[in-house]
Design a binder for this molecule. Structure first.
Ligand code: GAP
Length: 513
């Protein structure tokens, strides 16, 4: 399956099995807004729990909060979002379609780099084991030409962003001969900045003084509460505050399913450190987070770091963890060393001191902050797209397999009475009652057993537990493993222990040690 087909398949599978629906579908949907169905909500909750537990439960110096979505409007003045939370947009005059100018340029650079990679791939196939990739990349004229071309565009683009020179950004689009994917023309408007925050009115009178924003990030709820938490929780630096919750951005070019949405969920952690130690902690969190991503078992090549081209004026280091989605490597998580910018801004705008007294140094200071910020929906898409596959079996037949890590699967076990009579369904209910306190399990009696196995493979259920006539005699069941399809006979009393070891969140958390 090529990446485009795979992506289409992911979208239709997610709808067919109740993972994700278009929002308000009966009214033809609302663009770039999605609802999670019965299985999607479970998978999303498991991902959120995994993040929360690995951040909060596994770190003695990190606590979690749940701040409101609405915040005092001055928060967003202080954070810079009112004045500078903009995207550079450009319209194509023929198709009337609007694009993010930076995305057009970045996609163009990626295409040029893909040409170089293709050339390397061809040579690799030709020369086999003796092939020296590094040497080839640094000497082959065609590869070098493309790499240099992409680097030159990158340098020019970086300069334009640093100078906030929108005319130059447009000129790069013209010079690179970038065309609108819809109309195929180069008939572009000027590049304009567009604020991404949604606003609404609080109270009954619509005056500017009553304007509040739907938060565009959860981080500010942590910053404004940092002293409350530090004092009431008697936290000592270095310490972190974690939060998960909805964020809202009026994305103009919302696209790629749940990759870029207007309403989405973030999982953020702000780590407060002594000034001067922030780069050490930034590196610590880079390592810790990539290790976390690797526990999903997708291999070492699916994630990579991407250092930011343009550092925000308050950051002294920033990178993304990118994931190889079906449409290429894209940002999944951001790790930012944000200095004392946010807290200092809030001090200035609120007139309140936000200093921490460091007893070891016997001095007060505004802490520096290292942030980790990941989109839950984007993580969902990464895990979903990597897990969904069509598998050809030994007998030549195929099955749809959702090879989710066991601990994250929406349903951990399906208890299947072989026939819908003779007390077998009641026995299945007994097993459900045994396991339901620890695991989300289901029972279903309809359809042939093979069909029920296939359906559970397609939604990622790690175990199918079959209740047959022998079960009624000796309290044993057949335990079928989703991935290997191997079946073993086990006692009902053993089930919980097996599932604890292989399908519980703690079994995944242990991999972090
Ligand atoms: N507090 C820092 C912050 O918000 P960001 O890079 O703008 O940084 C962090 O966002 C993460 O939130 C991204 O890496 C991405 O996973 C997710 N995210 C951002 N915008 C999104 C959108 N429109 N739809 C889905 N996820 C989004």
């Amino acid at each position: 399956m090529n990446p485009e087909e795979l992506f289409k398949n992911i979208i239709s599978h997610s709808k067919e099995y109740g993972f994700i629906f278009q929002s308000s579908e009966i009214y033809d949907g609302l663009s770039s807004v999605y609802d999670y169905g019965q299985l999607g909500a479970e998978l999303k909750k498991n991902l959120r729990d995994y993040w929360w537990k690995s951040m909060v439960q596994m770190h003695q110096n990190i606590v979690g909060i749940d701040a409101a979505i609405f915040m005092h409007p001055t928060t967003w003045k202080a954070s810079g979002h009112v004045d500078a939370f903009n995207d550079p947009l450009i319209d194509n005059k023929d198709s009337k379609k609007r694009y993010r100018a930076d995305v057009l340029i970045e996609d163009h650079m990626a295409k040029i780099m893909a040409k170089a990679d293709k050339e390397v791939e061809k040579a690799k196939n030709k020369f086999g084991e003796t092939f020296d990739e590094a040497l080839y990349r640094s000497t082959n004229p065609r590869v070098l030409e493309n790499i240099n071309k992409a680097n030159a565009i990158e340098a020019r683009f970086k300069q334009a962003l640093e100078d906030n020179n929108l005319e130059e950004v447009r000129q790069i689009i013209i010079d690179c001969e970038i065309v609108c994917p819809i109309s195929g023309t180069k008939n572009w408007t000027e590049v304009r900045q567009f604020n991404l925050m949604f606003s609404t009115q609080i109270g009954s009178v619509s005056e500017e003084a009553n304007t509040v924003y739907l938060r565009p990030e959860t981080a500010q709820g942590i910053f404004v509460n940092y002293l409350n938490v530090q004092k009431t929780g008697r936290m000592k630096i270095p310490f972190g505050i974690a939060q998960t919750g909805k964020a809202f951005r009026n994305e103009i070019v919302a696209r790629q399913f749940i990759f870029r949405m207007r309403e989405f969920e973030q999982m953020e952690m702000q780590f407060f450190v002594r000034p001067g130690t922030e780069i050490e902690w930034y590196n610590y969190w880079k390592e810790t987070r990539i290790k976390w991503h690797r526990t999903f078992g997708f291999g070492d090549n699916k994630h990579r770091f991407h250092d930011h081209l343009k550092l925000a004026h308050y950051a002294n280091a920033a990178c993304d963890i990118e994931f190889n989605f079906p449409f290429g490597f894209k940002e999944l998580e951001g790790i930012h060393s944000r200095s004392d910018f946010d807290l200092k801004q809030h001090e200035q705008f609120s007139g309140k001191k936000l200093q921490y007294f460091d007893a070891e140094l016997n001095e007060s200071y505004v802490p520096y902050v290292v942030e980790t910020s990941i989109g839950l929906d984007r993580l969902f898409l990464a895990v979903y797209s990597e897990s969904l596959k069509e598998e050809t079996l030994a007998d030549g037949s195929t099955r749809t397999l959702m090879s989710l890590p066991f601990a994250l699967a929406p349903v951990k076990a399906a208890i299947l009475p072989l026939v819908n009579k003779d007390g077998l369904p009641e026995k299945a209910d007994e097993i459900v009652n045994l396991l339901k306190y620890d695991f989300n399990v289901t029972t279903e009696a309809k359809d042939a057993i093979g069909k029920r196995y296939r359906r559970n493979d397609a939604i990622g259920t790690p175990y199918c537990i079959t209740v047959d006539y022998d079960t009624m005699e000796n309290n044993t069941v057949t335990l079928r493993n989703r991935d290997t399809m191997e079946q073993q006979r086990v006692a009902i009393s053993e089930l919980k222990g097996i599932m604890d070891q292989t399908a519980s969140l703690s079994s995944l958390l242990k991999q972090l040690d």
